[in-house]
Design a binder for this molecule. Structure first.
Ligand SMILES: NC(=O)c1ccc[n+]([C@@H]2O[C@H](COP(=O)([O-])OP(=O)(O)OC[C@H]3O[C@@H](n4cnc5c(N)ncnc54)[C@H](OP(=O)(O)O)[C@@H]3O)[C@@H](O)[C@H]2O)c1
Length: 294
């Protein structure tokens, strides 16, 4: 039989989480500060609790998703007794110190604690391959993995509750960098050719395949970063820099912003000027570790 779960907070995200548990067949108890948001969920089979305390007491697994950690503190701190012996999963976005502080509070009150991030928007909740990242004790994760799988693909990052928010920031940074590179490519390629150029849709078909190759570069470079040694294996920074200059030039020729290639060129030029032209692209990590003094 599917495990019982409670969801505190029925905003856009909390409502989607509760709906996914209900759809997966979990008996689901819900609560929201402002009444009147549970109607649709109750229609699908959820039970609405009259208070946060009643919702917390209803299930071994309690999922909280509120606007901020301040709201989480306000709601949870009076509930230490109800939550003792249960597992609390906090899917509210926050900072690493907030995650550690909540983990310490949970430990003090005998509450199992996982701090998580939802790597999608509400419509993506319940899609099997959407990542859900969790930091906190492995045993708590293993005990509830099956239930959490209703939301997406649960991934345990490690025992430190702060890991989920650290990963969240790093992965969003990766997303913004990749999306901006893709947008620049779409503009550049769209400006090319006599009849206007290639559509973003046509470009994206090829770009998505290229991202698979970019993924293999990351797999090659990651151990280099960990080892602090950057053999070029046929693609040295000198060559990257030459090609980046072409990209800046091509952008200027087409009247397209060269801000992105200029940024990349500036970073790579510094590494080459300091004598690392024969190293791999991963050498640039050394130039990102220290904040520029300007
Ligand atoms: N939406 C997204 O795409 C998305 C994606 C990833 C992560 N997240 C994260 O998920 C969390 C929730 O986002 P959301 O989109 O669901 O926000 P939302 O629609 O604005 O809902 C906010 C929720 O927090 C509750 N709340 C706020 N202050 C409270 C307080 N002092 N006491 C009790 N409840 C309080 C609200 O209750 P009331 O109804 O009573 O106001 C509501 O249930 C945020 O941390 C957000 O960063 C959201």
């Amino acid at each position: 039989m599917a495990a019982r779960v409670s969801v505190l907070g029925l905003g856009a995200m909390g409502g989607a989480l509760a709906a996914a548990f209900v759809s997966a067949g979990h008996p689901t108890t819900v609560w929201n500060r402002t009444p009147g948001r549970a109607g649709e969920l109750v229609g699908k089979g959820a039970e609405e609790a009259p208070s946060a305390a009643a919702a917390a007491a209803a299930s071994p697994l309690v999922v909280v998703c509120l606007a901020t950690y301040d709201a989480v503190r306000e709601v949870l701190h009076p509930l230490g007794g109800e939550l003792a012996g249960r597992t609390l999963v906090n899917l509210t976005s926050g900072s690493p110190p907030s995650a550690r502080e909540t983990a310490a509070w949970a430990e003090e009150h005998g509450v199992g604690y996982l701090d998580g991030v939802v790597m999608t928007t509400p419509p993506g909740i319940g899609t099997p391959d959407v990542l859900q990242l969790y930091g906190g004790p492995r045993a708590a994760f293993d005990a509830h993995r099956g239930t959490l799988a209703a939301l997406g693909e649960p991934v345990h990052l490690g025992d430190d509750a702060a890991l989920s928010s650290v990963y969240d920031m790093a992965l969003l940074g990766l997303m913004w960098s990749a999306l901006t590179g893709w947008l620049h490519g779409a503009v550049l390629i769209g400006a090319d050719g006599p009849g206007g150029g290639v559509t973003a849709t046509a470009f994206t078909e090829v770009a998505r395949r290229w991202m698979r190759t970019v993924g293999t570069f990351m797999t090659t470079y990651a151990p280099q970063i960990d080892a602090g040694s950057y053999p070029a294996e046929g693609f040295p920074l000198d060559l990257h820099l030459m090609t980046m200059n072409f990209l800046s030039h091509a952008s200027e020729l087409r009247g397209v912003s060269s801000a992105l290639p200029d940024l990349l060129t500036a970073l790579t030029s510094r590494a080459v000027e300091e004598g690392h032209g024969e190293d791999s692209y991963a050498r640039l990590v050394e130039f990102l570790r220290v904040r520029d003094k300007d």
